[in-house]
Design a protein around this ligand. Sequence first.
Ligand SMILES: [Zn+2]
Length: 242
Amino acid sequence: MLYDAHLHAGMFPDIGATVGCALNSSITPVPVGIYLQESQNTLKVLEKSFPSIPVFVGIHPWYMSEHPFDEELFNSLLTSPQVKGIGECGLDNKIDVPLDKQIELLEQHLEAAVKHDLPVNLHIRGYHGELIRVLKKYKGTLRGVVHNFTFSYEVAKNYLDLGMYLSVGSHIIKASQKMINVLNAVGVEHLVLETDADFLHTGEYAPDLLKKSYKSLGSILNLSADNIEHLVEVNIKNLLRI
Ligand SMILES: [Zn+2]
């Protein structure tokens, strides 16, 4: 089974059809949230039609001003057995929200992840030093994945030392030599693959994109298709504890 480790199913006009499309192509999607009402809506749809799909709930920093944290709703979402993780949450240096406000929200997610023993799905743009500093407080108690991994090995090493997985998007299909070197230095045991499809920027779900990413990762790491499929599945299952 292939896994799409980061899909914004809730942003598609038809959540069920999007998840169904992935499953029909032998892909298990991992839907991630952008704000709590959206996460709730995704969960409602999937609880009925696809109860075995693991769902992440949370607030993406881009949406935090419009959709502030609601502790009661957050806690009620976390009671669903279908919720297998928290996020997408994180830090972004290109948005008009002060860093301390972003960190405050991020820590609300991280505290809940530790309390409920769930992995986090992390968004990071720019603020690597700040994110790593926050994550270090939770070292040994928090597990998770840093999504859209495009950075240097020096930065990646900090996340690996904190036990984080790194999720690679479809830019791997045309990977630069630098990216190829970084992926080899990181090693397959720390990697998962994602589309980050959200309809808004990507259009309808394209299963082939994820399949091409798997193929590219295999050739970059010199591993057979079966091998890469198996190894990424082991990582995902370890992350989600499924
Ligand atoms: Zn995302």
